[in-house]
Ligand binder design. Sequence first.
Ligand code: ARG
Length: 478
Amino acid sequence: MSSSTPTTPSIERTASTIWGGRFDSGPSAVMEAINASIGFDKRLYRQDIAGSKAHCTMLVATGILSKADGEAILGGLDRILAEIEAGDFPFSVALEDIHMNIESRLKDLIGEAAGRLHTARSRNDQVATDFRLWVRDAIDGVEGALARLQDVLITRAEEHADTVMPGFTHLQAAQPVTFGHHLLAYVEMIGRDRGRFHDARVRLNESPLGSAALAGTSFPIDRAMTAQILGFDRPCANSLDGVSDRDFALEFLAAASIASIHLSRLAEELVIWTSAQFGFVRLPDAYSTGSSIMPQKRNPDAAELVRAKAGRVIGDLASLLIVMKGLPLAYSKDMQDDKEPVFEAADTLELCIAAMTGMMETITPKVDRLRAAAGQGFTTATDLADWLVRALGTPFRHAHEVSGALVKMAEKKGVGLEDLSLAEMQTIEPRLTDEAIKVLSVDWSVRSRTSFGGTAPDNVRAACAAARARYAAKAPPR
Ligand code: ARG
């Protein structure tokens, strides 16, 4: 970042040309360092220019600004946008933030007319507007990326609608499920994540512009016009609220935190599944790393990092909650510290979604290993109990006991339930038949789980089709 430009007063430490009217001298170096936000809020440049252009257009339309000045300002802002995008804009720390950097450059480019742009506006409503626009774009980006991850998960679920695997509770083998069903659980979680971002966007979409410093303005501005130009649904109804709340950023961070938690759970499963002991899936080389000492290692680093980075995002939410807690109305400079947590969370989440999408697209489930594991740990004991209820009318509690006794017998012999002979089983319940033996297979077990939302392969195929339709219909509004 260049710290001196023709208009930069930092070397002489003269007062800011923008607010220095009542100041005799400039800020100390430490003051400048703690005060400046340009190092991070330069990311708002596109939104800042869009906001300024909307404001300028409205000032001309309402007769507050002459057409000639308006045209000069719009032309200058377009040039600044091009300069920044080309990487040759002279950012200056002495000019504090993105708003003053752009305004100062505008003065270099078009002269005194630049000074009229800030009529009926304050940096307080300016930054609130810019930041809302930025978060709105971030929401749209995250929403699209999550939709793409859902798409990949649904495709893999369709492929593996028949692949049996152990389902767990307490990370103990519980009942057989299908791999497709397991993936669809995440499709649902991500669907709700998208819903949370979507809801946040709806509430966010009001324009603070025209709230001015805090009290509104005496100029005959048209707030509905600027709101409309910027794609907001309406202006914020209260100027104090407009400049001083950051709940839209908090909602973004809260939605990002919950989405990160979902990603971290899937990441944790990948870590477990890729271990030699589980051996459920293989991660491709592209998403694995080796060890510098142990030649056999294939580490799931990307999954571990997705798991870890949820911590950062949650930290970002905690950080902004604490910044905002107890702030009196209206604007306080504390609120300048709202941006870094949001930028970090947005970047982190984007990377985590991309990594997870890449991994889920390319993992290879080890179908035979999953099938073998699906039957380990007496996972069809419930099926046997259910058979006793269905075929013999046994009360479930008693059926549970019978099935439990059979598990005990198998465990003692060191075999699976399906390895017991009918004669052996009949020593515990004489009414058991060959039909009862059938329900002990993992395929029979999953095929029987046909209740709505259950794991049966036909259900999973139908659920995939339903998920595609439901989630395609929930595209973000544009
Ligand atoms: N850089 C400031 C921020 O991000 C802009 C608003 C400054 N307003 C003020 N009254 N000093 O919050």
